[in-house]
Design a protein around this ligand. Structure first.
Ligand SMILES: O=C(O)C1=C[C@@H](OP(=O)(O)O)[C@@H](O)[C@H](O)C1
Ligand SMILES: C=C(OP(=O)(O)O)C(=O)O
Length: 414
């Protein structure tokens, strides 16, 4: 039964690149994700004057605790929100003038709470066009540190950026958070900061980071749990199928592995071992109501398999999926309707109501969103005639998705 090798985690690769760039010494990243987002991040570091050596299985970064090597740089962040939010924050630790721009998709995505917090900390950061959006310029002179208040209700990436910055400031940081989504991503950040030798604590709503700087290390990147969700979902919707993903087990850092608990609640047979996870399709797929605030990147995966459930699937508390690569609630609803499925959305929820009539094939509108394509590819296991207007947008996190998923599809049949 299929064993699927999933490429490295996007979130862990991005953080590891930041940490390695800021560390004292040379860091080796083992099995980084090679995709548009993470290659864009690495290229951004190179534009700022960092040395990044890349071979297929390992990347080496020469750390520069004092910040970028060049006094000026122009960085293009592509579609990557981690790149677009973390790199200007890293650049602020240096001395120079750094301009950051991004793709039209990323230019639309918000940034203002992070901009405000950086300005409150004394960083000279100016938006060129729309306030709170790219392009922007940082006139960097190092960061003193101190106390700052942050609203991370739209994106935890604002908090991650500030946490990563903390040890590079002269006084350290105390960040008081008024709202916070995607908490498991903040836990990844804190665990990785500790692996690079710094202390970081959470005291209720306050995150405390002491000054001190990062230590270079050898860091192995786990497979991407959000990417794995498509393969686990494939098993869940195929009676008798079994999919195992090695490298993601009980000790995994990524909260998105929790998607298998949703599949278990729906009736799939799930085993989370020490270093691998297996999902078996039982033929049962029950409807449910589920809060996905912590694991919202897997919302499209669940929405796309919901038509095969035996009752309504309601996904709640996912307002911030409206400010991702696209408005994911409306994109999922539109595509489910194209398949002939009844669906309703509200400000922060989507409800899919499976009907007596089986869903029919249609062209899926990708909205330039890798997750829309990968999620509806799973629906394609059960619905003949699904095609995509922009299948290539999977390059953001998994350029080889269609090949690997095609192999799984053949394996599930065989
Ligand atoms: O920090 C990260 O690496 C990420 C955090 C999450 O974003 P939000 O915090 O904006 O929900 C997630 O959706 C994104 O894919 C990656
Ligand atoms: C939201 C996502 O990406 P990012 O915010 O890192 O661009 C994602 O990968 O689903």
């Amino acid at each position: 039964m299929p064993v699927v090798a999933i490429p490295g985690s996007k979130s862990i690769t991005a953080r590891a690149l930041f940490l390695a760039a800021a560390a004292d010494g040379v860091t080796t990243l083992v099995r980084p994700l090679r995709s548009d987002d993470t290659e864009g991040f690495a290229e951004g570091l190179v534009r700022l004057g960092y040395r990044v050596g890349r071979t297929p299985d390992a990347w080496q970064v020469d750390g520069r605790p004092a910040g970028p090597a060049l006094p000026e740089a122009d960085v293009y962040c592509r579609d990557g929100a981690t790149t677009a939010r973390f790199l200007p924050t890293l650049a602020a630790t240096g001395r120079g003038t750094y301009r950051f721009d991004a793709s039209p998709q990323m230019r639309r995505r918000p940034l203002l709470p992070l901009t405000r917090a950086l300005r409150d900390l004394g960083v000279d950061l100016r938006h060129e066009e729309a306030e709170g959006h790219h392009p922007l310029t940082v006139r960097a002179a190092g960061v003193e540190g101190g106390e700052v208040v942050l609203d991370a209700g739209q994106s935890s990436q604002y908090l991650t950026a500030l946490l990563l910055l903390g040890p590079l400031t002269r006084k350290g940081l105390r960040i008081r958070v008024t709202d916070l989504v995607s908490v498991p991503y903040v836990e990844i950040t804190m665990a990785m900061m500790r692996a690079f030798g710094v202390e970081v604590e959470r005291e209720g709503d306050v995150f405390v980071v002491r000054p001190g700087g990062y230590r270079a290390t050898v860091y192995s990147i786990e497979p991407d749990a959000s990417t794995a969700s498509y393969f686990f979902a494939a098993a869940a919707v195929t009676p008798g199928a079994e999919v195992t993903v090695p490298g993601l087990g009980a000790g995994a850092l990524q909260g998105d592995l929790g998607f298998v608990d949703v599949l278990r609640r729906m009736g799939a047979d799930v085993t989370v071992g020490a270093d691998a996870t297996t999902v078996r399709g039982t033929g049962a797929l029950h409807g449910l109501t589920v809060n996905m605030r912590d694991i919202s990147d897997t919302m499209p995966t669940l929405a796309a398999i919901a038509p095969f459930a035996d009752g309504p699937v309601r996904i709640e508390d996912v307002a911030n999926t409206r400010v991702k690569e696209c408005d994911r609630l409306e994109a999922c609803a539109e595509n489910l309707r194209r398949l002939g499925v009844e669906v309703a959305t509200g400000p922060d929820w989507i409800e899919i109501r499976p009907g007596v009539r089986a869903p029919g094939g249609a062209e899926i509108k990708s909205y330039g969103d890798h997750r829309v394509v990968m999620a509806f590819a799973v629906a394609g296991l059960r619905v003949p005639g699904i095609s995509f207007d922009d299948p290539g947008c999977v390059r953001k996190t998994f350029p080889g998705f269609h090949e690997v998923f095609g192999e799984l599809r053949a394996g599930l049949r065989g």
